[in-house]
Design a protein around this ligand. Structure first.
Ligand code: SF4
Ligand code: SF4
Length: 250
């Protein structure tokens, strides 16, 4: 019998192992969610009515596949060590978005060979520039697929931390859903023992009360000007290099 989960996991691992990138990665994490999970309906209330249900991307959808590509520790250390945005972090952002696109198209081809329909989404910039709300949140897909819990940095903290990038797609075949974690991975939400991300935010956009998306995004666009040779590089990540960057603080 076809072991679809294994096919997906092997393909993602292969693509990351053979990626021709400057950026190095740790082992990818992969999770699965049923499109019947009630959390997908709740996203229209939490994120907004414009957020797509998986069946709006693919009418015969059965499963959401989510994956996390964790950056090597050297990339995270580079962006942690001073107040400037590290060039290694910028390159990792660009290269990983491309790698996610490659993984998505390779998975689409592989699954199509088994008669399975696939709908993919870009790794980033699938949001409304006015109110900065996403029509498809890769992080939220990864949450439903059991890859982690949200920290007060508004990032998903996985067992391999939050220093990396997420991809997701919808397919027309069933794969057994992954279970979700039962403990908070953010040290502040667990026992108020950390506020690194809030203190390390250079703009004050991130507070214990929430994230001012407009202030944050204005800063990201300023950072983009520092890397004119790399393409659109609206990044910062100073809230992604704390104690939850590599691990889930277990
Ligand atoms: S830096 Fe600390 S407070 Fe912020 S998300 Fe990570 S663990 Fe939570
Ligand atoms: S990306 Fe930068 S500006 Fe935005 S919340 Fe994180 S640390 Fe603050």
């Amino acid at each position: 019998m076809l072991d679809l989960a294994k096919i997906v996991i092997n393909l993602i691992n292969f693509q990351v192992d053979h990626a021709k990138t400057q950026t190095q990665y740790r082992k990818p994490l992969i999770g699965f969610a049923s499109v019947n999970d009630p959390l997908f309906n709740q996203m229209k209330e939490i994120i907004g009515p414009h957020h797509l249900h998986p069946t709006e991307l693919l009418p015969d959808a059965q499963t959401v596949i989510a994956f996390f590509l964790p950056f090597a520790e050297t990339v995270i250390e580079a962006n942690r060590k001073d107040s400037q945005i590290a060039r290694e972090w910028a390159i990792a952002y660009i290269e990983t978005n491309e790698l996610i696109s490659t993984i998505s198209s390779e998975l689409e081809k592989e699954l199509a060979a088994h008669g399975i329909n696939v709908a993919t989404q870009p790794a980033t910039h699938n949001f409304n520039e006015q109110d900065l709300t996403a029509s498809w949140s890769n992080k939220s897909m990864a949450y439903v697929a059991g890859l982690g819990t949200f920290g007060i940095n508004h990032l998903l903290i996985t067992p391999a931390g939050c220093g990396g990038r997420f991809g997701s797609m919808v397919i027309s075949a069933k794969i057994t859903p992954s279970s979700r974690p039962t403990v908070e991975n953010c040290l502040y939400l667990r026992d108020a023992k950390c506020q690194f991300c809030v203190k390390n935010c250079p703009t004050g956009a991130l507070t214990l009360q929430g994230l001012d998306k407009q202030t944050c995004y204005a800063h990201l666009l300023e950072v983009d000007k520092q890397f004119p040779d790399l393409g659109l590089c609206d990044i910062c990540g100073k809230c992604a290099v704390g104690p939850c960057a590599y691990y889930n603080n277990r």
